[in-house]
Write a new protein. Structure first.
Length: 317
């Protein structure tokens, strides 16, 4: 019997606005006020997010953590991550204490400023928009939420050159989006918004320089890094699932498990070579394998809900 996917499209829309500004309803629920300063209000609507946003509030600020940050090389810990950024929202905190996949949002209740920091590889994407006349700032991991919001406030302006780029290359380059003045936040950056302007600063730069180590040394080092990463990301939950395609990427991740082996899942239209290879790899590792057969028209059936997940900015065929 084919696997019946239940797709819940996630929503998340954060808005910073001047007091007295009337906002339209979000995609699923109305904006809920989370915090305020003398002049600005931080509001949010969200649904169907896994994991859900983590909230941390003090007398001076309100912090939201998205994703799964690894704190101080120990394990996924959103509480300590929020506390760390509440005490010192800086690049030093990110570089010395936080790793993993995350977006951290901090609203200062004293002066109404907003700060956002993302991880080193934008594992959690973030799109943002600022309208200087109305002084509305919004941000979300889901571009379709910004598209809908801008349409509701009458500010949706299509970026024609971005549409051409997508049609020509089947993807967008840089930080542009399909909506004019709505941008993608680049990796390893701190965004600051003071109610008038936005500033961005990079806190970490990738190093593509080649080392002089032997191939075997680099292979062992990569394997050690994969094992370490898995141990950190799974330390908070003894039950883990792993999508195993049978390719090099997913089998390398499975090889990094040393104990508490995951249950491996492979999806496919039929029990093809990929499914058989994945099953054999899981059995070799000693892990449980589950095959999830898909309907012959699976991708056509999920298209209407799948395309908004990527904001229509990735090829779907």
């Amino acid at each position: 019997m084919p696997f019946d996917p239940q797709i819940e499209t996630p929503d998340f829309l954060l808005v910073v606005s001047e007091k007295g500004t009337k906002l339209p309803s979000g995609n699923t629920t109305s904006q809920k006020k989370l915090a305020e300063s003398d002049s600005r209000i931080l509001s949010l609507s969200y649904s169907h997010m896994h994991p859900e946003p983590f909230f941390y509030e003090t007398e001076k600020d309100f912090t939201i953590v998205l994703g799964s940050p690894i704190f101080n090389d120990e394990q996924v810990n959103r509480q300590k991550t929020a506390e760390a950024f509440s005490n010192d929202f800086s690049s030093r905190t990110a570089l010395e204490l936080i790793d993993g996949e995350f977006v951290v949002i901090n609203f200062n209740k004293i002066n109404g400023t907003l700060k956002i920091i993302n991880d080193r590889f934008t594992a959690v994407p973030l799109y943002y928009y600022h309208h200087p006349e109305t002084k509305i700032f919004c941000a979300t991991p889901y571009f379709s939420n910004i598209w809908s919001f801008l349409s509701k406030i009458g500010q949706l302006k299509i970026k024609n050159e971005a549409f051409f780029e997508f049609l020509w290359f089947q993807r967008l380059f840089g930080i542009k989006t399909l909506a004019r003045n709505a941008l993608f936040m680049p990796d390893a950056h701190i965004l600051e918004y003071d109610g008038r302007r936005i500033s961005l600063s990079r806190y970490w730069q990738r190093n593509y320089g080649k080392n002089k180590n032997s191939l075997s040394f680099n292979a062992r080092y990569l394997a050690d890094c994969v094992r370490y990463s898995i141990s950190m990301k799974t330390a908070d939950n003894p039950k883990t699932g792993h999508f195993l395609s049978g390719g090099m990427d997913s089998r390398s991740v499975l090889a990094g498990f040393t104990d508490n082996l995951p249950t491996c899942f492979t999806v496919g239209i039929s029990e093809n070579r990929e499914v058989r290879t994945a099953r054999q790899i899981a059995e070799t590792k000693g892990a449980k394998h589950v095959y999830l057969p898909l309907h012959n028209e699976h991708y056509g059936m999920i298209r209407e809900k799948a395309v908004p997940l990527c904001g229509g900015m990735y090829n779907y065929d």
